[in-house]
Ligand binder design. Structure first.
Ligand SMILES: Cc1cc2nc3c(=O)[nH]c(=O)nc-3n(C[C@H](O)[C@H](O)[C@H](O)COP(=O)(O)OP(=O)(O)OC[C@H]3O[C@@H](n4cnc5c(N)ncnc54)[C@H](O)[C@@H]3O)c2cc1C
Ligand code: FES
Length: 256
């Protein structure tokens, strides 16, 4: 399904189940074009098929966009550390996404809303460049109806039909409607967005160990061998890709 002009959601049917949990990633190979990591965007409660929402940026992603239904790709995984959902129990969850960064967050959102009694309220704040760049446009109206979910959107540049906020996603964070001292924040998006959203969360009083950031550094092996994905003392393919602000705050320029 085409989400935007350059972002598409692919449905994959693995020969053998890939037992991923929200936050983990899978390495996809397009034969002849290479391998790249992507995070499943569908619910981990359903694994006979899974979805990946992918932005076309280069060689492997370009090749993925030229595949036809029924074509075969390679997949290995799951890799990385999932969101620690047990730690989230009983707490309000404040999720902030930017651009295609909503893809990994969708897997988390679906896991949380699958067992709503376990968690507090779920706040989802999402920013895209323009209304045409919003992913999951057909799903968002349904998400807004889910009890305990509070969702708000912004775009950097509006069109004549846009009725919501205009501005970068931090414009949705002036009023944070949960207890910052106790709540969990989860962020995924482009590095510059992560930097400013994280700063806003810290300023608002979120605890460093309660801010979860998707640190999608360059990866190669995906299994802790090549060290391409090193971020300070961490290998993001093994220790991440989700790391807390408490873990990375002493690293120089973590958002590059
Ligand atoms: C753990 C992890 C999870 C990821 N999950 C997703 C996901 O769910 N969906 C998704 O779309 N992407 C995701 N990515 C990013 C994805 O892996 C890259 O976009 C992909 O590797 C690009 O491969 P390529 O061969 O198409 O591009 P390349 O040919 O390697 O790169 C071509 C050009 O695009 C630039 N480029 C590479 N990646 C990006 C990017 N993300 N944004 C803008 N420019 C880029 C490069 O700098 C280069 O100039 C994830 C990355 C990691 C590490
Ligand atoms: S990608 Fe090779 S060590 Fe992380």
């Amino acid at each position: 399904m085409d989400e935007t002009p350059n972002i598409r959601t692919f449905v994959l049917k693995p020969e053998q189940e890939i037992p991923f949990l929200a936050g983990q990633f899978v390495e996809l190979t397009v034969p002849g074009f290479g391998e790249a990591p992507f995070t499943p965007s569908s619910s981990h409660f359903r694994r006979e098929t899974f979805e990946m929402t992918i932005m076309k940026v280069g060689r492997a992603t370009g090749a993925l966009f030229s595949l036809q239904p029924g074509d075969v790709v390679g997949a290995r995984g799951p890799f990385g550390t999932p969101y620690p959902l047990q730690r989230f129990e009983g707490k309000d969850i404040y999720i902030v996404g930017g651009g295609v960064g909503l893809a990994p967050l969708r897997a988390l959102f679906l896991a949380l809303t699958h067992e709503p009694d376990k968690y507090g309220r779920i706040f989802l704040r999402y920013g895209a460049r323009t209304p045409q760049d919003i992913v999951y446009r057909s799903l968002i109206p349904e998400w807004q109806k889910i009890p305990k979910v509070d969702l708000d959107l912004s775009v950097d540049v509006s069109d004549e039909k846009w009725m919501k906020r205009v501005g970068v996603v931090t414009c949705l964070m002036d009023d944070i409607p949960c207890d910052e001292k106790k709540s969990i924040a989860v962020v995924c998006g482009p590095p510059i967005m992560m930097k400013f959203v994280n700063q806003r969360l810290v300023d608002a009083g979120f605890q460093a160990e309660n801010i979860y950031l998707s640190m999608e550094t360059n990866m190669s092996c995906g299994v802790g061998q090549c060290r391409h994905c090193r971020l300070g003392p961490y290998l993001t393919c093994k220790d991440g890709p989700v790391l807390t602000w408490a873990q990375i705050k002493d690293i120089e320029n973590p958002f590059v």
